[in-house]
Design a protein around this ligand. Structure first.
Ligand code: FE2
Length: 417
């Protein structure tokens, strides 16, 4: 039997006795009931973008990531573009909402947050897990009070019909879905008609040509981790809920004290290589916003959640270890992408001596998501360094304050005009 408690805990962030007690109970139960065994890798990630944005976003992803445009699933109110690297890494499903006024639960999750409301259709939705026995996983999860969309709701949401989809988490606002697929079978999404959209394909091919010319296709690797931000008080429950929904284990938590934040990491118990099933990271402030005036520290993580709602903050991609003309690969990648007009929030941080270098792009104007690049040197096996995380968190907070001001001024202008 798999033991989800086998890995020693990393990090310096203390958890509550409640967390420690239920971490053990939940994982022991999950292992014993066979759920850990049945839930396998993350097979796909889903996100939505605004009407008219997906062609530009697919092109952006084609330049900045190893993803290829495969096909578009056309349904009544959506185009869902399937992006793939290969069958060893998760697909990316980019959904464009075609009708500007269309309302659904994902839009509603954006609408009560000042920056989130500004792009109401742009949000990361969640992960699809491959499972070995869909019926059994769903029955067991229902018995644990996990709530699923019913078939009619899935049809109305225009999500693939061949999966069971858990309703958005109250803590992360993300969904998790399960589908059964023998490992040797290719991924096929039961949704709408499969077409190739010329506009999307053209932008994709142009971006890939540039990516190849620059040699970036050999340097940018699959997704390393997905980082979700949650409210301060939801840190522990968000982690434990994710462990309930997945076959991930708790890797550990690091306190980023000077940014009033912590980084909490979970990883697949089955696949140590992140490219097969990315690590899932939760970031939360150490203190809720209303005591900031007493604590006297910056609070970029809590601010983000108040501005956008709990949601995915960034997708991190690995950069191959090595160098080009004396430049670390990550420096080369950033230089090349900057020259194509894409902004980054700061300079590359970290060093070979510290084991890794990292950087955040500006949030995509199409999806609001940030791309992180991370290069690990030699046999560095740490996940990150605290100093890097502090600098990245700070930089993201600075940009976001600007966005808030911009969103507020744009929202205010019709009234003052
Ligand atoms: Fe990260």
């Amino acid at each position: 039997m798999i033991n989800s408690l086998i890995h020693p805990k990393q990090g310096d962030k203390a958890n509550s006795p409640w967390f420690d007690e239920f971490l053990v109970k939940l994982l022991e139960n999950r292992d014993r009931t066979g759920l850990t065994e049945m839930i396998r890798e993350i097979d796909a990630l889903m996100l939505t973008v605004e009407p008219g944005c997906s062609a530009a976003y697919v092109s952006e992803l084609a330049l900045m990531t190893p993803y290829h445009y495969l096909v578009t699933l056309e349904s009544e109110s959506h185009w869902t573009h399937v992006l793939r690297i290969d069958m060893n890494s998760p697909d990316l499903l980019v959904r464009e909402v075609r009708a500007p006024g269309r309302a659904d639960i994902f839009r509603s999750l954006n609408e009560v947050y000042p920056i989130g409301a500004h792009k109401p259709n742009s949000r990361y939705m969640g992960e699809i897990f491959r499972v070995s026995n869909l019926h059994e996983v769903v029955e067991q999860q229902k018995a644990r009070e996990i709530r699923f969309f019913n078939q009619d709701q899935i049809r109305k949401l225009e999500l693939p019909g061949n999966m069971a989809i858990v309703k958005p988490s109250p803590y992360t606002h993300n969904i998790v879905a399960y589908w059964e697929r023998p490992p040797e079978d290719i991924r096929v999404y039961a949704l709408g008609n499969s077409i190739i959209l010329d506009e999307v394909n053209r932008g994709y091919l142009q971006a890939k040509e540039i990516q190849e010319e620059l040699g970036l296709d050999k340097l940018i690797r699959p997704i390393d981790h997905l980082a979700t931000r949650v409210y301060s008080q939801n840190r522990e429950v968000a982690i434990l809920e994710y462990l309930t929904l997945s076959s991930y284990y708790y890797w550990g938590s690091y306190d980023i004290a000077n940014q009033n934040s912590s980084t909490n990491v979970t990883k697949s118990i089955h696949y140590p290589e992140e490219r097969i099933s990315p690590a899932k990271v939760f970031t939360a402030a150490n203190h809720p916003y209303f005591v900031n005036h007493l604590v006297g520290l910056p609070s970029p993580t809590e601010s983000f959640v108040r501005n956008y709602g709990p949601r995915l903050h960034h997708v991190a991609l690995e950069v191959a270890d090595g160098e080009i003309n004396g430049l670390a690969n990550i420096d080369y990648v950033v230089q090349a992408i900057r020259a194509r007009g894409k902004d980054f929030l700061l300079d590359v941080i970290g060093s070979r001596e510290e084991g890794l270098k990292q950087i955040f792009s500006s949030a995509s104007e199409h999806s609001s998501l940030i791309v992180e690049y991370v290069q690990r040197f030699g046999n560095f096996d740490g996940f990150f360094t605290k100093q890097n995380v502090a600098e990245l968190t700070h930089a993201a907070g600075v940009e976001e304050n600007l966005r808030l001001l911009q969103a507020e001024s744009e929202a205010a202008s019709p009234v003052s005009a």
